[in-house]
Design a protein around this ligand. Sequence first.
Ligand SMILES: [Zn+2]
Length: 333
Amino acid sequence: MRLNIILSIILTITLTLFGCNKQEQLAPSTTEKTNNKLIIYTTVYPLQDFAQKIGGEHVQVESVYPPGVDVHTYEPTAKTMQQIADADAFIYIGQGMEGFVERIVKTLENERVKFMEATAGMDLLRSNHTHEDEHAHENEHAHEDEHAHEDEQKDEHDHGNVDPHIWLDPIYSIQMAETIKQTLIELKPEAKQDFEQNFASLKQQLEQLDSQFQQLIKDAKTKEILVAHAAYGYWEKRYGLKQISVTGLSPTNEPSQKQLASIIQTAKEHDIRYIFFEQNVTSKIAEVVKNEIGADVLILHNLEARTNNDIANNKDYFAIMNDNISALKKALQ
Ligand SMILES: [Zn+2]
């Protein structure tokens, strides 16, 4: 009797998975032939969301990143490589953000897939947040001389010195969305009008988000945030926030003992009460800092990859950014 119930539950789940969601379960190449949608793969989640929003009914977009993955150390499987090879386009941030991409572009250069670097032609932020100059915090807000340290940096992480987290800036996101729109128009010129229209409303939403950030900073009592991973340089540049980070541009760049002590000291001196952890990265060192200064944990979502929870709750770029703004509001009081 109980077995029957269990079996029928399993059957129902199976039917739900393979029946109703048939479209999503099929390999994209198969889907393409049946419904004529463009098959697009992306790296970070915002590229997926923007491409889906601009492409609308004409596209099927997926990120190659599994939910919640630490994108800084991600390597694609053979199956993923094949899916990319069979796609109409592969959209990525570029500028060294995705360590595996250069190899993929080389390996798949004779395939039909169109490679599109979303930041092509954009001048990205050269970050000061590698750990070699974290001691900029030591000499009392000596941010004027941050550049003096640039030559000393020997930190060889995936991103070089370029900060890849550009999608966190709504204005730069508009530029990337524009590039995505152009690519979609090239791939499907007959849908140009739809793409233009969808892009216009996405642009409007991104401008609105920009205003929200400006308002947030206007109302803020402090501009400093303590973060586990230095992903928020674009908010510094655009809005005047100041991130004190435990790890570098990639969470694998951990601070030395001396740097760690300096971060803790700075956080104490500046009376920092919150530390921001992220949805996809856990850092033992950030945990140490949190305990050392007795901070409460808040979550900032860097949008690199969505979690299973985000997917279940249908959280898009804007929903996640709204959560970020709420968390920042709390920390900036
Ligand atoms: Zn990152």
